[in-house]
Design a protein around this ligand. Structure first.
Ligand code: PEP
Length: 249
């Protein structure tokens, strides 16, 4: 039995005032008794502010971490620092990190290792581009992104991890994978993990991300291998995000 999980990725948005307002609106809308784990990932400067306001089944996550645990890395933030700040989750390998900041599978595998060593739950983001989907490479691309992390860290590193399937063409575009498209890839991911360890495959939460909103969440989350969502734009609106969390319950 997998607990549904919904994670809001605030990306590089917000101010102290707008975060406060968003959480003040959101918190009363989240039903305390729902069997859904929820997290929000604000930008680094606001982690402590958000941590001070949340609790219960709403946890804190970060959007990125450095591949080193400490050292002379001006401008970077480490896994242990995120843990110390109260984070439970950390996104690893979001497509914006891969595409805009050139993060390779190798770097992402190193970051995943640091997240695990820091006792954070890594949320490994994988997904194909539109060109790759159109040329029938979706499964191959996603499998290879996951395998590079398994090769570096071993399958046991997924015992307390999350994978988010986020087709790049669906992120921030308003275009969503159909429930059938999401299910097809999620099923293949679970099968792939199962080739290494069947019990990890059965318990590993697989999130869908890519223009999830209050209207499409239920049909996506109803798919047997979709255990919740990684939500960007819609997580900045309290009513939409609460509705998405409700859809996962
Ligand atoms: C994301 O940032 O991971 C994401 C899925 O964004 P959006 O929901 O806006 O497509």
């Amino acid at each position: 039995m997998r607990t549904p999980l919904v994670i809001g990725n605030w990306k590089m948005h917000g101010t102290s005032a707008s975060n406060h307002q968003l959480l003040e609106q959101l918190l009363p809308l989240l039903k305390p008794d729902t069997q859904v784990a929820i997290a929000v990932c604000p930008p680094y400067p606001y982690l402590s502010q958000v941590k001070a306001m949340i609790g219960g089944n709403l946890a804190l996550g970060a959007q990125n971490l450095n591949m080193q645990e400490k050292g002379a890395h001006t401008g970077e933030v480490s896994g242990p620092m995120l843990k110390d700040t109260g984070c439970r989750y950390v996104l690893v390998g979001h497509s914006e990190r891969r595409e805009i900041y050139g993060e390779s599978d190798l770097i992402i595998a190193e970051k995943f290792a640091v997240a695990v060593a820091s006792e954070l739950i890594p949320v490994l983001c994988v997904g194909e581009t539109l060109k790759q989907r159109k040329t029938g490479q979706s499964i191959e691309v996603v499998s290879s992104q996951i395998k590079s992390v398994i090769q570096r860290n071993g399958i046991q590193s997924f015992a307390n991890a999350v994978i988010a399937y986020e087709p790049v063409w669906a992120i921030g575009t308003g275009e969503t994978a159909t429930p059938a498209q999401a299910q097809e890839v999620h099923q293949k991911i679970r099968e792939l993990i199962g080739e290494y360890d069947i019990s990890i495959a059965e318990t590993l939460p697989l999130l869908y991300g890519g223009s999830v909103n209050a209207s499409n969440a239920t049909s996506l989350f109803n798919q047997p291998d979709v255990d919740g969502g990684l939500v960007g734009g819609a997580s900045l609106n309290a009513e939409s995000f609460a509705a998405i969390c409700q859809a996962a319950s």
